[in-house]
Design a protein around this ligand. Structure first.
Ligand code: AVJ
Length: 314
């Protein structure tokens, strides 16, 4: 049994305001549903970032100003689909670099490596499985300039303070002049954002409710999916999309392996996810707080999304 997950379930479901972290969405089923989300037309984030890396790889690489060889270290590489465009550009230009994808899932890394070896046989790839910061620290010791990739607006899942702390940790494990390319979803027309998360086909609802199915399976719980719904809203004043699971009736859930009974009132919520949106000014403040200077913002043509390039200051 996964003990941190067990503790987090107990903590979240016995709290006054119930919560479960979106980091637990990504079991095998959840990862598949997230692939579906990325293919929905309403979920503009993936297309926007793909456009940036397809059309602006040259500008990004020039802005690095690195001597060769250098490292490209990707945090949470996942399926590596977007990064492919950047890697392809570099290989075609015969630029000397190593690609170091890091993921906690060994399976994801194995699949990614095999795919890349086939599609870019000349790529030098050094896949790593394990903890981001341990590996970053190790890689920073070899004194090759490094570009860190933290793409896909994953930073959006963190509250302001946590986001600053995470980026400070990146900073502490980098060398001066190393760069961070960070993908961030921008504030925009609230309807566009709302539609990306509250899709009509209910894919995002399935993504959220899958967490209950995961708890059923891993902890012998008895959540009945039809007794729960999904709700989310975007608050343009603070840039936060918050997602919730809603109990449709008063009910008691038994989680056998945790020896826990959880009572729900009708319409009671479980907060599952924060997907925070930033303005350019917000991004510059965040960089500032963590001792980075912003070199460039690479935007898509609709200005929905940015891959921002930051430099570690001395
Ligand atoms: C993978 C965290 C960037 O918050 O946009 C997509 C996850 N949640 N639809 C996001 C997600 C609902 C996604 N991130």
């Amino acid at each position: 049994m996964n003990t941190t997950f067990a503790k987090d379930i107990k903590k979240g479901l016995t709290a006054e305001d119930k919560f479960l972290s979106s980091k637990y969405f990504y079991d095998d089923n959840g990862s598949r549903i997230f692939q579906e989300i990325m293919q929905m037309p309403e979920y503009y984030l993936t297309d926007a970032e793909f456009e940036i890396l397809s059309l602006q790889s040259k500008q990004i690489v020039e802005a690095l100003g690195f001597s060769e060889p250098f490292n490209i270290i990707e945090l949470g590489a996942g399926d590596g689909f977007k990064t492919f465009k950047l890697l392809e550009y570099l290989v075609n230009e015969k630029i000397e670099f190593n690609y170091v994808p890091i993921d906690i899932s060994k399976e994801a890394i194995t699949i990614l490596s095999a795919k890349l070896k086939e599609r870019l046989p000349k790529l030098s790839i050094k896949p790593r499985v394990g903890d981001y910061f341990d590996i970053l620290k190790e890689e920073s010791k070899n004194n090759i300039p490094s570009l860190l990739l933290f793409l896909g607006s994953n930073i959006g899942n963190y509250q302001s303070e946590e986001a600053i702390n995470l980026i400070k940790l990146f900073n502490e494990n980098m060398n001066v002049n190393d760069k961070l390319l960070i993908g961030i979803d921008l504030k925009k027309n609230p309807i566009t954002i709302q539609n990306a998360y509250f899709d009509n086909a209910g894919v995002t609802k399935r993504f959220n409710l899958n967490l209950l199915l995961r708890i059923n399976r891993e902890f012998n719980a008895d959540f009945k999916i039809d007794d729960f719904d999904f709700y989310c809203y975007y608050n343009p004043l603070n840039g936060e999309v918050k997602s919730y699971i809603v109990s449709l009736k008063k009910q008691t859930i038994h989680i056998e392996k945790l020896d826990l009974e959880v009572e729900f009132n009708q319409n009671e919520l479980i907060w599952t996810e924060l997907s925070k949106k930033y303005s350019i000014e917000d991004i510059e403040n965040l960089a500032d707080e963590a001792n980075f200077s912003v070199k460039n913002h690479f935007l898509d043509c609709k200005h929905y999304f940015t891959d921002s390039l930051w430099e570690k200051l001395g």
